[in-house]
Structures are given as structure tokens and as C-alpha cells.
Write a protein that binds this ligand. Sequence first.
Ligand code: ZN
Ligand code: ZN
Length: 354
Amino acid sequence: MNNAIYKLKHDADPSTKNKQRKAFIDLKKPCHHKMEECEIDQEVDESKLVSSGTDNGVVNVTETVAFGVDRLKYHLRLYNHFQVLQDENGTFMEENKDAQFQELPRSFKIRSAEIPQQSGLARLTILGQQVANYEADLSQSIGIQHCSTFGKLETAFDQYSQAKTSVRKFYHSKSNAKKKRRYELAKGKYYDRLAAKERRFTHASTPIMFIGDRGHAVVSPFKGHLRFGGHWKELCHSRYTPTLITNEHNSSQTCLWCFSKLSHPYTALDGQVKMTNGSFICLNAACPQKYVVMSRDRLSALAIGLAGAAQLMLGYTFPCFDPKNTTEKQAMFSHLALVFSNRKQQTSSPSVGG
Ligand SMILES: [Zn+2]
Ligand SMILES: [Zn+2]
């Protein structure tokens, strides 16, 4: 990590000194933190740094993208061009190596179908299947209190007592306790393999993983989809690599090329014009990414990664992704972004910034 950035980060804003000590992230130490509580260790070679961003989506369970520090610098330069200089006439100067960053990076998806949704225990045995059936029946049965005829009462009572013994037998038997344990172990291994696949996708042995904080709430029905809440994947990752929980503020509403608000594209379907919620489009004519339809979840994954990587490297994140943004923070971010993104090598002009 460069000294100039480190000094700027710490000397310019004395208030950060008074804040609680931050956790220093280095690639050799797996950890699990909130992104705001961390800063990069000065010893880390930024050219080798790989970040990943993960969006905990609604339809696809998770979508992950990976990128190096060059992509972060590219988006910081875009930010400076469009938000700081607000140079309406001048076009953004693309460098040759920037061509690869014009598109959204490839992503790795884990769909809900790949994750065991039920307890799984009930599917293991015939008895378990019976219990599942009883439970389904009972949930539809009118209940003993509400029976109008003796015949109905008798049927309902039979249903109850039959189910009661099976259900008890099932949940309390020794063999099932064993099965349950075996199942939990198998599930843990399955989760670990799935998480490892996601890490392998980044092509780095220890990527810094920024994971969106959405889905940290309990599983809740959301427009008919089950949002897969819980922390299993980040817990798996945090045993192997730095894993940082990142605020998702505005992560899918902002263009990552010109930083203006995105719109949903409209498509004509069967003579009807419909808005497509799962994707976004930038309508800013000056934007390098104008009129390109982008997938919402993938865009959000990149936004989470960039927001996290900026916070980690500069101590400030893009103002649009900061829910507690202030003008002071915005000014510091712009300054640091300029210094950081224009710095070619450690040996470049001695009087950076100013
Ligand atoms: Zn968590
Ligand atoms: Zn744009």
C-alpha cells in the first residue's frame, strides 16, 4: 500500500484518529468483519489484490463478480470525470487497457435450487415421509373442536392420534437423532464445497470478499420468492479468506460508469410495453455504457465490490454508496480517488495531488 495514500487518509482527517481502532486486513488472515470497520494493511501488494462482490439476490440466490485493482482505478477515474470535473463537453479518455472494463465482468451464480431448502430430514425415511404427509393433512384438517357430526369427529380424532404417535416417534427416535446429525454434517460439507466453488471463480487463493448485507434479515417471503437469508456462505468463506460485509445502499440504482441514476428498460411484449425489473439501462448520452442493458444482480454485485474495495483502499467509499454521506467525506473521497487512480507506479511525480 502506498505511503502517500496512507498519509492522506490519516493526516487530512484528524477525526478518523479518534474513532475506534480499525481491523487491518491482510491476505494471510481469514476474517469476518463489517467493511466500515476495516482498512487495508500497508504491506499488502495492491497489484496482487483481487476483490469480489456478492449480491444476495431475490431470484438467483447469489451472484458474484471478481476484479483487480485496475478495475477499481478505472471506475474511480470515471467518477472523477463525471462527478468531480463534471466535464460535459470533454469525453472520457479511455486508455487502451480500459477496453476490458467497459463491460460488466463475468459472474458466478448460485441458484436457490442448488441449496437444500427444507430441513431435509423428512425426506430421508419412509417414516419421515409419513410424518410429512400427516403434517400436511393436519394443517388442512378442520380440527377436533370444530367438528359438527360424530363421524367427522371420529375421523379427525383418528387422524390426530395416528399422526401424534408417528410424529413423536419420528422426532424423538435415537436413529433419527443420528440421522439428523449425519444430515447436518453432510449439509455442512455441501455448503463448504459450494462456497469453495465461488472462491475458485475469483482465480485468487485469498480474494477479499465483499458480501452485500441484504439477506441478513431473516428469511422472508418477498414477492413469492424466498430470500435465502442466513450467513452460511460468508461463514464458510471467513474460514479461508478476508470476508467483509458491505452496505448495499443504492447498489443497483447507480451507473458505475457515469454515476447517474439508472432506469429500467422497457420492452414491447405482445403489443404491450412492459418495464423490465431485472435489468437496468443508463440513459446518459455521455456515458461510455449508455443504452446497454445490464443485469440488476450482476451490476449490484460489482457495485458492492467497488464500494467495499474503495472503502478498504481509501478509507472512504463512493458517496452514492455511503448512507451517511457528508460534503466533507465527499471532498476527501474525490481527492483520494484522484491521487489513487492516477498513480501509475510508486515512482510517479513526487508532488501528487495538491
Ligand atoms: Zn452475516
Ligand atoms: Zn452511465
